[in-house]
Write a protein that binds this ligand. Structure first.
Ligand SMILES: Nc1nc2c(ncn2[C@@H]2O[C@H](COP(=O)(O)OP(=O)(O)O)[C@@H](O)[C@H]2O)c(=O)[nH]1
Ligand SMILES: [Mg+2]
Length: 440
């Protein structure tokens, strides 16, 4: 069975189980990436190692703001787009060309509620810096930048990430998540600080997940040759140890010394990546999708385990939580009765869904997942439309909760059947897992 078939099979399994909507969506995305052969490489490392500087150098222009403290979990995804007016003459001078460059670097900021906003890349600092968007009060989910850099032309996506071990990691996506989501990782070190514990811990956590690692050592313009040699020797030994490389792989491990700022050695890195993509792009992708599938399967296992906990909950505990949920929903419906007569953003429906997800998690420990619809048009609803949308959300959640927990038809037989279904699902997942493990 090909990895694509395995992915589709997993998606099929999940689609029969209402608590696996997130996993179903994730596997659908994986299948899509496989089919479109879109490879993602994330640049990861601690704050101030020079990740953003490196990306700017690779892009050939200083598009992204450097030296800022990025906000929680706001990554920047950079993809290729044809230059606008590419067919026009090239008679303009350097100044005009630079001005045109700046004007065409438009980024899209995606907010957590699904809204998005186009902003000039020069203004990105307002959204991704900690100083100007403290604690991510603007609720930025991620930024997407389209640019015509040659390096991205074959469908490669580069991702700039916030620092490893950032203070906000606990309540948001972490560098570990970004590594898991990408096919390759450029891990960035810098000569002015030896590998520290945070970096070591990070590498230990992700070594199994990323399809392919590149280790870059930045800021070599700051040291002389001897110091660099010493640093490289020390870090190479340490990294092959942390990554638990076999002897042969350890011998082949080459850290790539660069100066992102002075554009030294960067082409060695980009050549290496390009070469890998040409020669083994499909293989890298398949391996990384296989690893991600395993990860999704294990999150499904956790979800099922939490659900079993709910099924086994003592009746009085369960009833209390169930009543709490009912009261919460009644309260929400009551609020709908008293809605002000004005216009409402459709995106506010997403915010309500996120709120409900948190409530279900707190009360029952399970993830009730809603997909967030992207709302590029910032659509407005009048009071009645908004009320109807929310009513639909409440009705759906209530009916799902009723059926998931079988509160109404609760009887030993139904619960036993349910547990039997889950056991079958678990068995099928184990079979898939073994299959993937053989393949990757
Ligand atoms: N000397 C030197 N400084 C660099 C180099 N690369 C980045 N920097 C500086 O290091 C600081 C942090 O860079 P940045 O790209 O924002 O780091 P990030 O937090 O990892 O994205 C900035 O002041 C950069 O100018 C380099 O190759 N050499
Ligand atoms: Mg940065």
């Amino acid at each position: 069975m090909s990895i694509l078939e395995t992915t589709l099979k997993a998606k099929d399994l999940f689609s029969g189980f209402e608590l696996c909507r997130l996993q179903e969506e994730e596997t659908a995305k994986l299948a899509d990436r496989l089919e479109k052969k879109k490879i993602t490489i994330a640049v990861i490392g601690q704050f101030k190692r020079g990740k953003t500087t490196l990306i700017n150098t690779i892009l050939g222009r200083p598009i992204l703001p450097v030296g800022i403290v990025p906000i929680t979990a706001a990554i920047t995804r950079i993809e290729y787009a044809e230059p606008e007016g590419a067919a026009e003459g090239t008679t303009e001078g350097a100044a005009e060309e630079a001005a045109r460059d700046d004007a065409r670097d438009i980024a899209t900021v995606y907010f957590r509620n699904g809204l998005c906003e186009e902003v000039p890349a020069a203004d990105l600092h307002m959204y991704i810096s900690e100083q100007e968007n403290h604690d991510n009060e603007r609720d930025v989910a991620e930024v997407e930048l389209l640019t015509d850099a040659e390096f991205l032309k074959d469908g490669l996506t580069l991702v700039d990430t916030p620092g490893v071990g950032s203070v906000h990691e606990n309540n948001s996506k972490s560098a570990v998540d970004f590594a898991k989501e990408s096919d390759g990782v450029v891990f960035m070190l810098s000569v002015d600080s030896p590998l520290n514990q945070i970096e070591v811990d990070f590498l230990r956590k992700v070594r199994r997940f990323a399809g392919k690692f590149y280790f870059a050592v930045n800021k070599i313009d700051r040291v002389d040759e001897d110091e660099l040699a010493e640093y490289l020797e020390y870090c190479t030994a340490l990294i092959s140890n942390i990554m638990e490389l076999e002897e042969e792989d350890a011998k082949a491990l080459k850290l790539i010394p660069v100066s992102a700022k002075k554009n030294i050695g960067v082409n060695v890195l980009t050549e290496m990546i390009r070469q890998d993509l040409v020669e083994r792009g499909a293989e890298i992708m398949e391996r990384s999708v296989g690893l991600k599938l395993l990860e999704i399967l294990s999150s499904t296992r956790r979800q099922i385990a939490s659900y079993r906990e709910v099924l086994k909950m003592a009746p009085n505990v369960f009833n209390r939580r169930f009543q709490e949920m009912k009261q919460l929903m009644e309260g929400q419906r009551q609020d709908l009765e008293n809605l002000e007569d004005r216009q409402y953003l459709r995106a506010a429906v997403n915010e309500e869904k996120a709120f409900l997800t948190r409530q279900v998690r707190e009360l029952f420990g399970i993830e009730y997942y809603y997909g967030v619809d992207r709302d590029e048009a910032a659509e407005l609803l009048d009071r009645e439309e908004y009320r109807a949308e929310l009513t639909k959300v409440y009705d759906e959640l209530e009916s799902t909760i009723n059926s998931i927990f079988m509160y109404k038809e609760e009887n030993a037989y139904a619960v036993a059947r349910r547990i039997e279904d889950l056991n079958i699902l678990m068995q099928q997942m184990r079979k898939l897992e073994r299959q993937i493990e053989r393949e990757v």
